[in-house]
Design a protein around this ligand. Structure first.
Ligand code: ATP
Ligand code: MG
Length: 465
């Protein structure tokens, strides 16, 4: 199954089990100024998870395009992209653990065809301070799934990720962690205000036995080790508790919130730990190989950045974002300019975006017809931004080469930004890859120059009036 097959099979699987497929939300959250982008499937469902009645019922499913700018530094590894799709299913006061876990297991092993022997999970270890019990309910359901596949799952208490690295999970398929497996909006049980719901979650990982453990991440490997041997595919959150003045109570209405990465599941389906091998990214990589003559094998990280960032920018354009100097527009600018910069390292010195966008659009034609409908407009937006940056890219790089001595300051980064169009984070990154140190106060220095410039233009405007 390729990624598109998996997306539709997932939606069908849950439709067959009484779920309504809901419309995806825009990448730009509507009426929520607290976050720039939709970064998970549950974001648009939050009011319903908190108790409002959903017009489509108590069982919902979708595939939600997501943008996580916070993962931008991660892009280049085998499993993070700034843009990805999250498959989701929800129970609003309907089914719970005993149903969610077998369904997800059945989907992965029965529909996608993953090897049950390579599935590993995590469950909540409990929190003694608040008398929240260990989530043995989930673990027991997992045990029976494994047992039915002839696997003696084994359990291990790891507590923290750090402790996990010291002792390893030694083949136990069910590992218990504390805070890592507690979901709430506040981030931790301590920070939850009274009345706030939360609960344990249970993550599913796929083991890539050929990836060697890297001791840089801890002496021994375990589910949550970041070495890349175990890759997280999805996470089921079980909202079942509510914060009270002196602890936690159980909620009368319990919810399930599941989210899983489509590209990661699609990569697992072809037995690759590399999401860029999935059918939603690989054609972009191949296009880049054809355009540049460089190979993925020798330019892996740069190709991953270009492929991811252009795909993300295309989707932002679809959802009405335009490159600019603030908020969503700034992120889009950053993605496009960073893509152009990394493509430069692949030997691309001519405009190339117009050749890549059709490949990207083609991948989403059937699932998201709006990509096709706005095809020409999207190309125009991206090409314009590419041109604007390419004009100054070379000169900016030369300017950087001149900054060779002393730490690069926020003032210098401002020149790169203002004159040569380098988003400040890109300037910092560029300096660092050249082995230059960057002033510890670069952000403050840069912001001061920005303010100065804004005030200058305000004064100038006044004089014109
Ligand atoms: P990780 O620890 O691997 O970064 P996460 O804990 O941030 O994952 P969740 O917030 O639980 O992930 O998101 C649900 C699912 O979405 C993950 O299990 C994963 O499959 C997918 N996912 C999350 N972040 C990314 C990303 N940057 N690129 C691709 N898929 C992602
Ligand atoms: Mg993450």
């Amino acid at each position: 199954m390729d990624a598109r097959d998996i997306r539709s099979a997932y939606l069908q699987f849950f439709a067959d089990r009484g779920h309504r497929a809901i419309e995806r939300a825009s990448l730009v959250p509507v009426g929520d100024p607290t976050t720039l982008f939709n970064g998970s499937g549950m974001q648009q469902l939050l009011p319903y998870l908190l108790g409002a009645e959903h017009p489509e019922g108590t069982r919902l499913t979708d595939s939600q395009p997501c943008v996580r700018v916070q993962d931008i530094e991660e892009v280049g590894d085998n499993r993070h992209t700034t843009f990805f799709e999250m498959l989701g299913n929800w129970s609003l006061g309907d089914y719970f653990k005993e149903q969610q876990i077998p369904w997800f297991w059945e989907f992965l092993t029965g529909v996608v065809g993953l090897d049950p022997a390579r599935i590993f999970v995590s469950c909540f270890a409990g929190d003694e301070r608040y008398s929240i019990p260990k989530d043995t309910e989930s673990a027991d359901v997992w045990m029976s799934m494994f047992a039915a596949a002839g696997i003696d799952a084994g359990r291990v208490d790891l507590g923290t990720e750090e402790h996990g690295g010291r002792v390893g999970s030694n083949g136990a398929r069910i590992a218990f962690y504390g805070a890592k497996n507690w979901w709430c909006r506040a981030g931790s049980a301590d920070a939850m205000p009274v009345g706030e719901p939360g609960g344990p979650d249970s993550e599913v990982f796929y083991l890539y036995p050929d990836v060697p453990h890297d001791t840089a991440y801890g002496e021994f490997c375990h589910q949550n080790c970041d070495c890349g041997r175990y890759i997280e595919l999805g996470n089921s959150v079980f909202m079942q508790y509510v914060r009270t003045p002196d602890g936690f109570d159980t909620l009368p209405r319990r919810n399930v919130d599941y989210g899983g990465g489509l590209e990661r599941i699609a990569a697992a389906a072809i037995d690759s730990p590399d999401v860029f091998r999935s059918s939603l990214l690989w054609p972009i990589v191949e296009k880049l190989e054809a355009l540049t003559g460089a190979t993925y094998a020798s330019h892996t990280a740069a190709m991953r950045v270009v492929a991811d960032h252009l795909r993300g920018a295309v989707f932002l354009a679809v959802d009405g974002v335009r490159p600019g100097n603030k908020e969503q527009g700034y992120v889009m600018r950053r993605l496009i300019r960073r893509a152009v910069r990394f493509a430069f390292d692949l030997g691309v010195e001519q405009n190339f975006v117009q050749d890549v966008v059709p490949t990207i659009a083609g991948l989403y034609r059937s699932a998201y017809p709006e990509v096709d409908r706005r095809h020409d407009e999207i190309i125009a937006v991206l090409v314009k931004e590419e041109k604007a940056f390419r004009q100054t890219l070379r000169r900016g790089l030369r300017e950087l080469a001149r900054m060779a001595d002393g730490p690069v300051t926020g003032e210098e980064l401002f020149v790169l930004y203002d004159t040569y169009g380098f988003p400040v984070e890109l300037g910092v990154e560029e300096a660092r890859t050249r082995g230059l140190t960057v002033s510890a106060r670069w952000r403050t220095e840069f912001d001061a120059k920005m303010r100065e410039q804004r005030e200058r233009s305000r004064a100038a405007n006044k004089m014109h009036l």
